[in-house]
Design a protein around this ligand. Structure first.
Ligand code: C2E
Ligand code: MG
Ligand code: MG
Length: 291
């Protein structure tokens, strides 16, 4: 069941007039987003993380989509940048997707498929004590072990990993929740961040994957990231795997887990159970969970 996350009525459209335009020719305003949230138009899509060796589904990442009544299905690029201007909106989205994702996870478990689920959380959200308290409350109601829940920290702003962030990561990890550093190697998702906060998973950014085979510097980055993850005892997931050549090459480099269009595109959480049934290689395995 979805929890009710109160949205402040007082949010004004004024500060958002300079928000970045999207590449899609449509820039929603804050009131449209609020309406969409209240009408539950934001839906959870899921994309599997898979084992490179066997193609088996290892776990899934929950990704936001907006089923806009006039504009059709919108990807995060159309609304996350505006939401990042007002983190209350992002918080509301996270609560909504958490409810949808955990419900899907529970339902799959009842069908005999136990899979880890990941959710995206920005650095700014990680610094918000009240939000983290709310998440912990919701996670406390979950009937599955919290080691099956991962929070992927996305770097949308040059925010400093403050003592508050560190404390909140520690609070979550004490409950068993896994922490992941998303888009590693780009923007502020850096070696420094890796030193500042304790993570269980490292997600190497797609931009590295796309050039990895033919380009020596990218190959070196992959090789060194594999070694780094092993050294730090972190699970490495390589994002953006689009070709069989990339899968085979990454496997040879020692990468065990990946995510990308080669295996599957994001799909509606509602249709995921059906997709699992239709795909014989999508065998859920629990053996590789490290906690
Ligand atoms: P991300 O967390 O790094 O998610 C992976 C993105 O890469 C997804 O884009 C996914 O569809 C895309 N992707 C996966 N495999 C491939 C591939 O093989 N090729 C290509 N070209 N792309 C691939 P999506 O769904 O558009 O999401 C973009 C970003 O928006 C996410 O990147 C994440 O940072 C953010 N985002 C998505 N949902 C949420 C959310 O609920 N909350 C927050 N705060 N951010 C979210
Ligand atoms: Mg992510
Ligand atoms: Mg990513």
């Amino acid at each position: 069941m979805r929890t009710t996350c109160p949205i402040q009525q007082s949010i004004s459209a004024e500060p958002y007039q300079s928000a970045p335009a999207t590449l899609f020719g449509y820039t929603p305003n804050v009131h449209e987003i609020l309406r969409g949230l209240r009408c539950h138009e934001f839906v959870a899509y899921v994309q599997p993380k898979f084992e490179l060796e066997s193609n088996a589904v290892h776990s899934v990442e929950v990704l936001a989509r907006w089923e806009h009544p006039q504009r059709g299905l919108l990807a995060p690029a159309a609304f996350i940048p505006l939401m990042a201007f007002e983190t209350l909106l992002l918080d509301e989205l996270l609560c909504d997707l958490l409810d949808q994702g955990l419900a899907c996870q529970t339902e799959l478990h009842s069908q005999g498929r136990t899979l880890g689920f990941s959710f995206n959380l920005s650095m700014l959200q990680l610094a918000n004590d009240a939000l983290i308290g709310r998440l912990i409350g919701r996670l406390g109601e979950h009937t599955l072990p919290l080691s099956l829940v991962t929070l992927e920290v996305t770097e949308d702003a040059p925010s400093v990993a403050s003592a508050v962030c560190f404390q909140n990561v520690s609070r979550l990890r004490r409950l068993g929740v896994r922490m992941s550093l998303d888009d590693y190697g780009t923007g502020y998702s850096s070696l420094l961040r890796l030193c500042q906060l304790p993570f269980d998973e490292l997600k190497l950014a797609s931009q590295v994957t796309w050039h990895s085979i033919e380009n020596r510097p990218y190959r070196s980055v992959i090789g060194n990231t594999v070694a780094l993850a092993q050294e730090l005892r972190m699970q490495l997931v390589v994002e953006g795997i689009e070709t069989e050549g990339q899968r085979v090459w990454l496997k040879q480099m020692g990468v065990q887990l990946g995510q990308g269009y080669l295996h599957s595109r994001p799909m509606a959480a509602d249709s995921f159970a059906e997709w699992l049934r239709a795909n014989p290689y999508a065998i859920a395995t629990r053996s590789s969970f490290n906690s």
